[in-house]
Design a protein around this ligand. Structure first.
Ligand SMILES: O=C[C@H](O)COP(=O)(O)O
Length: 261
């Protein structure tokens, strides 16, 4: 790789690192594993925007970040209605309220995409609106599962409904289906955000693994929204592996994942 490409990747890695939701959403997650995830958040190049964990580990993450003196610097995100995207509005609102009460700063809720596929627009909009109310001041990110919606017009409609319901961010994917984030889907979400005129961000999530991947999404966001729009308040990467690749691009040692026992 020539020097200009290396510099380019380093620039991308430096830009992407504070936009990261450093994620662990595995069925075999443990308190020790989440403590280790939180420790990885402290790097010589700065910190990610958030760690993203299952609701059962929100307290662990908050306690660990506090002990590391990272409370307030690294937010705690969690997931609800995840990954299935059911349509029980009250159950999802309750789950979201409980997550915030447990200390989550951000809630990533799965949109009931199957109802939209079946032609029902109201359930999705209402579910988002109830979660918006349930989350209070916490940031609400709505996972549209774009790889399951497939049709660009449906992806656009889901984005519009989530924005109408009060989403703070549109998130592409859970990372748990066959097709996760794609540039095509991300562009549809960005265009919907732009057209809405609302202060809504995007979280590109699922299958984003390399600094080169991150570079392509950042270039897209810059083209649609402008370079100044890209801040942690508007743009996140949700990824379990990307963080280490960014550190490698920055020439830093990668901490062993460890701590799952
Ligand atoms: O919300 C984030 C995704 O679950 C992460 O997906 P990933 O493991 O493919 O990076």
């Amino acid at each position: 790789m020539d020097a200009s490409m290396t510099n380019d990747l380093q620039r991308t890695a430096r830009q992407a690192l504070p936009l990261m939701d450093l994620t662990s959403l595995n069925d075999d997650d443990t308190d020790r594993g989440i403590e280790s995830l939180c420790r990885r958040a402290r790097t010589p190049a700065g910190t990610p925007a958030a760690v993203c964990v299952y609701p059962a580990f929100v307290t662990t993450a908050q306690r660990t970040l506090k002990a590391l003196d990272l409370a307030g610097k690294v937010r705690v995100a969690t997931v609800t209605n995840f990954p299935h995207g059911g349509d029980d509005i009250m159950a999802v609102a309750r789950e979201s309220r409980e997550a915030v009460a447990a200390g989550a700063d951000e809630v990533d809720v799965v949109f009931p995409w199957r109802t939209l596929l079946a032609g029902d627009e109201e359930t999705g909009r209402e579910l988002v609106a109830c979660c918006h109310q349930a989350c209070g001041d916490a940031t609400l990110k709505v996972i549209l599962e774009t790889g399951e919606l497939k049709d660009p017009a449906l992806i656009r409609r889901a984005a519009e409904l989530a924005i109408e319901g009060g989403a703070d961010f549109l998130k592409t994917s859970t990372g748990k289906v066959t097709v996760n984030a794609t540039l095509e889907a991300a562009e549809i979400l960005l265009e919907a955000i732009k057209a809405s005129g609302r202060d809504v961000g995007i979280k590109v999530a699922g299958g984003v693994r390399t600094t080169e991947d991150a570079q392509a999404y950042l270039a897209l966001a810059e083209r649609v929204m402008g370079a100044n729009w890209i801040t942690p308040g508007h743009f996140r990467f949700g990824a379990s592996d990307l963080f280490d690749d960014l550190l490698v691009a920055l020439g830093m040692a990668v901490a062993p994942a460890g701590g799952k026992a």
